[in-house]
Write a protein that binds this ligand. Sequence first.
Ligand code: B16
Ligand code: MG
Length: 216
Amino acid sequence: MMKAVIFDLDGVITDTAEFHYKAWKKIADELGIPFDASYNEKLKGVSRMESLCLILDNGPGRDSFTLEEKEKYCEKKNEIYKKQIKDLTPDDVLPGIKDFMQELKKNNILIGLASVSKNAPEIIDRLEIDDLFDYMADARVVKNSKPEPDVFIDNLINLEVDSSDAIGIEDAESGIEAIHRAGMKAVGIGNKIILKNADIVLSSARELTFQKMNSL
Ligand code: B16
Ligand code: MG
């Protein structure tokens, strides 16, 4: 029986995945490394440092910079990203998300947040949706980012729900893998080819319903 639904943030609840992409694009351009939306798929759900390393792998290689230099680029990317999230308002919650969350609440289903972004608290705050969650993982204490299952397992423990009674919702390939490695069913939102390993792929959050999720 479904007892909990655990949401990814960037790209599922709001379109910040696009902001991450734009910020990394600036860094990649500065470094003269080719980087496009298709390569960016590899970065989704992945930590800040690993994202930079993946970009460098497409250029001079992740070992071509010292850790200190890489940390500087990560900070620079985060500053660009932070400027973009400053303008987020409650209207930036993607269509269908709030209705679906309210439907879950009516059916006594617990709601969790599984984001590995250290900026997640600020985003949730700006979107004014804090009160919809029963638990939100703290990315600062989650050890490994996706595709490791840590952030989903942390939700299961804190929501006190078995993996077989929970569903995860993701827009990234790494996120679908993380959900499955946590032992849960995975719902993909986005491209059917990229998210081919999900148990079901929907083209938008508007298609999320309690009935559809429960039948998984
Ligand atoms: P930050 P999610 C992930 O968030 C993003 O998908 C990924 O692009 C980003 O690098 C990661 O958070 C870390 O974010 O730099 O803000 O700490 O998809 O797990 O909500
Ligand atoms: Mg995401």
